[in-house]
Design a protein around this ligand. Structure first.
Ligand SMILES: [Mn+2]
Length: 290
């Protein structure tokens, strides 16, 4: 297993320049930097070659995340809109390959955050999403990319809320580069047993996010049993990435999208945030090896 962190720990807006984070996370003890792919269309090809070179120079692996905007919702009954979404994703995948990124995770099967007031038809959306995901999987395969379907809690999504819905979706799509993805923050809300949920994804798990119940960095003394999480990942032979996705600072679109209305960083400055992340990855490596 490789250990990573999502750049948005330090950011208030999605996108931006990921280059400075590559060296930073390497120095903090991470193997992987996860970046947001939703704004890839705004940067030229040369930028993604720079990302690849910087990652190689620092011994850091890059992974991708995306919470699709409504116009990229694969469950949309409007076929013309879905066709536009395929065009958007094709450009993202090509740039991911330039940057050396071989996997992307998130609610790629739907959109995020969901506007529940708009209403939805879960069954019909599932069927359209599965059909369109098969096409998206082929587009991704052209660039050697795996798509990871992140199970989200009920307050952020409706199509895949737990590991059983996740594996059902992945089996329905039935493409080798479409995998399940779990996040301990969401699992803490939805699963009867976090370790059993992980074990139920054996052979299908493509990506894994970690965070405390309140999305702080994993640490001893919290409500997630990290030893049990690591044990379950080992039970299923998981050899992918474990990426922490802490959100502790309010503000901006990031703070709004993750519903952060209080300062969970306790007023930490940048140096203190760095130190917390470094302690956390050190702890995870130790407890997952037990
Ligand atoms: Mn996540």
């Amino acid at each position: 297993m490789k250990f990573g962190i999502y750049y948005a720990y330090w950011a208030k807006e999605w996108g931006g320049d990921f280059l400075p984070y590559i060296e930073k996370v390497g120095k903090l003890g991470f193997d992987v930097l996860e970046v947001a792919c939703g704004a890839f269309h705004l940067s030229p090809d040369s930028y993604f070659r720079e990302l690849r070179a910087a990652a190689q120079a620092n011994g850091v692996i890059l992974s991708g995340g995306y919470g699709p905007r409504p116009e990229h919702n694969l469950a949309n009954p409007d076929n013309a809109a879905v066709k536009e979404a395929f065009r958007f994703y094709a450009d993202v995948f090509r740039k991911m390959e330039l940057a050396g990124i071989d996997r992307i995770g998130g609610a790629l099967y739907s959109y995020w955050p969901v506007d529940f007031a708009a209403g939805f038809d879960k069954r019909a959306d599932f069927e359209r999403s599965v059909k369109n995901m098969r096409t998206l999987a082929d587009l991704a395969a052209d660039h050697g990319i795996t798509l990871c379907m992140e199970s989200l809690n009920r307050f952020e999504g409706y199509m895949i809320n737990d590991a059983s819905e996740d594996t059902a979706y992945v089996r329905a799509v039935d493409k080798p580069n479409v995998k399940a993805m779990l996040d301990t923050f969401h699992m803490n809300i939805e699963e009867d047993s976090v370790p059993d949920a992980i074990r139920s994804t054996a052979g299908l798990l493509g990506h894994f996010h970690v965070g405390e119940a309140n999305r702080r960095c994993p640490a001893p003394g919290g409500r997630i049993d990290w030893k049990a999480v690591g044990g379950a990942l080992r039970d299923v032979g998981y050899d992918g990435y474990v990426v922490m996705e802490p959100f502790v600072r309010m503000g901006g679109t990031v703070g709004k999208n993750v519903s952060l209305w209080r300062d969970l960083s306790c007023g930490a400055d940048d140096a203190q945030l760095d130190a917390l992340a470094a302690q956390s990855v050190h702890y995870l490596r130790e407890v997952f090896a037990e």
